[in-house]
Design a protein around this ligand. Structure first.
Ligand SMILES: [Ca+2]
Ligand SMILES: [Ca+2]
Length: 99
């Protein structure tokens, strides 16, 4: 039993190590509020994407429908839907009026 625990502990350490490696190598997990396209900054492009989502149009950059991930990022006030309220919030974040 003792050796099994050691093995499991070793595996846990390895998983933590890999997890830490992925955190360092991968894209930052913490997203920027108002950053709809996920490029790490809030800009006019994010406002455009939010407006396209509201209008039900596909992503003009890819021609594909917006995924749930994009829609979630556009819902900056977390009320479950993307509307002009979110666009205003993104504009304010971009202008530095709110964070
Ligand atoms: Ca962006
Ligand atoms: Ca919203």
């Amino acid at each position: 039993m003792a050796s099994k625990k050691e093995t499991l502990g070793g595996l846990g350490g390895l998983v933590l190590l890999i997890g830490g490696y992925l955190l360092l190598k991968g894209k930052p997990i913490i997203s920027v509020k108002g950053d709809v396209n996920g490029d790490g900054k809030v800009s006019v492009a994010d406002i455009t994407h939010a407006e396209y989502i509201i209008m039900g149009l596909p992503n003009p950059s890819t021609g594909e429908a917006y995924t749930a991930e994009w829609i979630a990022r556009a819902d900056v006030n977390n009320d479950g839907s993307v509307d002009m309220g979110d666009v205003v919030r993104i504009e304010n974040i971009m202008l530095g009026i709110e964070s």
